[in-house]
Design a protein around this ligand. Structure first.
Ligand code: HEM
Length: 422
């Protein structure tokens, strides 16, 4: 059998035999082995691979947890307790899955911040970025529904609060909430659909990640200079250089992750997550998982209804503003490639933007703290200022800086970068 065009020759005859029929090894060599990576990519470029590893860990542990889980409001809580106590290594499966969600978000948040810092969302990677934001939204939906499954006080009340937000939508809101719940309160039909979707969505995410990486392999990776590779001198084959580098980053990340799993598995969880859901008793505070806190704080920052001037007619209730603010904060990321007017990609050469980004990070941390505290009081104002900065950053600073910022000289090529003289 003659070799199809575009395939290569392998020494191992079994590999050769398979490749002639299904050129998977040719594809692996091209897309992984000799794939040209900018030679100056730093450890922040390891977080895509780390996120992918976390996704696989979440799917594998999730499938085994599902074998022992019962999606029924009368049995769900006990089935989780049984997994922890009676199932062989059930405690390990659950702790890896619970904490894995947090570490998955840590990896993805660092991955996004890398993109913001080095301008990886700009042309020609706009679509890659948008697909990334879709992944983020899917991850949030999956994590939210997963948190409901143990049917604890936090599960039930968290699900009630967040799904009730849709009631703020004019005209269809109340009907929509009833439809989402499958009844007139968060109950058995809600738990069933959450379980079904929580099982399905990670596989959807896996498919979208495939598209994400496909788009990446069309444009190639960005790098700390933001200057596209000009010649072979600017790149190195992915293997072995980045295999070794990414493996080192992965092992370090996993060491931290497993230290939490084994030595502080409950550090990131609310005590009310260990009490059975009681629809007749609201917990004193309903606190979402840490990775939702900044968005939760944005939601709660809108406290005043907007009236038609000189009348009592409300045109925009505070609750609806909050919902729009929360979803808007994510949708803004989608249009970021077109909001940023700067010709220079990397924040390395953007002295003002660098500070603005740092302020954005600070405001997100402040929002995270505010979201973890009881609503109201003087902290509410702090949350409102941080929310204002979040929107100001994307809607005003990012577009305006592109015109007014005096950038530093950008190297002509990666090899001309003084930080990269080797
Ligand atoms: C399940 C979650 C995700 C996985 C598994 C994933 C995977 C990857 C991988 C393997 C890469 C190449 C390695 C690297 O550059 O780090 C990459 C690149 C990239 N990702 Fe993601 N990603 C995820 C989520 C996101 C999100 C949420 C965004 C943005 C909102 C995003 C934006 C990007 C961008 C812009 C690049 C190109 C970076 C560059 O070349 O500088 N990704 N992703």
């Amino acid at each position: 059998m003659s070799r199809p065009a575009n395939t290569q020759k392998f020494d191992n005859c079994l590999i050769q035999w398979i490749d002639e029929r299904l050129p998977i090894f040719t594809m692996l060599t091209k897309e992984y082995g000799v794939f040209p990576m900018p030679k100056n990519a730093n450890y922040l470029w390891s977080f895509g691979g780390i996120a992918l590893t976390m996704l696989i860990i979440m799917i594998v542990t999730g499938v085994f947890l599902a074998m022992n889980y019962t999606p029924n409001t009368a049995l769900a809580f006990d089935s989780v307790q049984r997994t922890m106590r009676d199932v062989n290594y059930g405690w390990l499966l659950r702790y890896v899955h619970m904490n894995g969600a947090s570490f998955f978000f840590i990896a993805v948040y660092i991955h996004i911040f890398r993109g913001l810092y080095y301008g990886s969302y700009k042309s020609p990677r706009e679509l890659l970025w948008i697909v990334g934001v879709v992944i983020l939204i899917l991850m949030m939906a999956t994590a939210f529904m997963g948190y409901a499954l143990p049917w604890s006080q936090m599960s039930g009340w968290g699900a009630t609060v967040i799904t009730s937000l849709f009631s703020a939508i004019p005209v269809i809101g109340d009907g929509l909430v009833t439809w989402l719940w499958g009844g007139f309160s968060v109950a058995n039909p809600t738990l069933n659909r959450f379980f079904s979707l929580h099982f399905l969505l990670p596989f959807v995410i896996l498919g979208v990640v495939f598209i994400h990486v496909w788009a990446l392999h069309v444009t190639g990776s960005n790098n700390p200079t933001g200057v596209e590779p000009k010649s072979e001198k600017d790149t190195l084959p992915f293997h072995p250089y980045f295999t070794v580098k990414d493996s080192y980053a992965l092992v370090t990340f996993m060491t931290i992750f497993l230290s939490v799993v084994f030595f502080a598995p409950l550090a990131l969880t609310e005590p009310d997550h260990f009490k059975h859901f009681n629809p007749m008793q609201t917990p004193p505070e309903i606190v979402p998982e840490w990775y939702f806190l900044p968005f939760y704080a944005i939601l709660r920052s809108f406290t005043h209804d907007i009236y038609i001037p000189f009348t009592d007619i409300i045109i925009l209730p505070a609750k609806l503003q909050g919902v729009m603010g929360m979803f808007g904060s994510l949708l803004l990321l989608m249009v970021l490639p077109w909001l940023d007017t700067s010709k220079v990609k990397s924040a390395r050469y953007r002295p003002v933007y660098k500070w603005c980004l740092l302020l954005l990070l600070v405001s997100l941390c402040v929002l995270g703290y505010v979201g973890s505290q009881p609503a109201g009081g003087s902290l509410a104002v702090v949350g409102q200022v941080a929310t204002a900065y979040y929107f100001l950053h994307f809607i005003v600073l990012v577009p305006v800086l592109g015109f007014v910022e005096k950038t530093c000289p950008v190297p002509a090529s990666i090899s001309d970068d003084p930080c990269c003289k080797h």
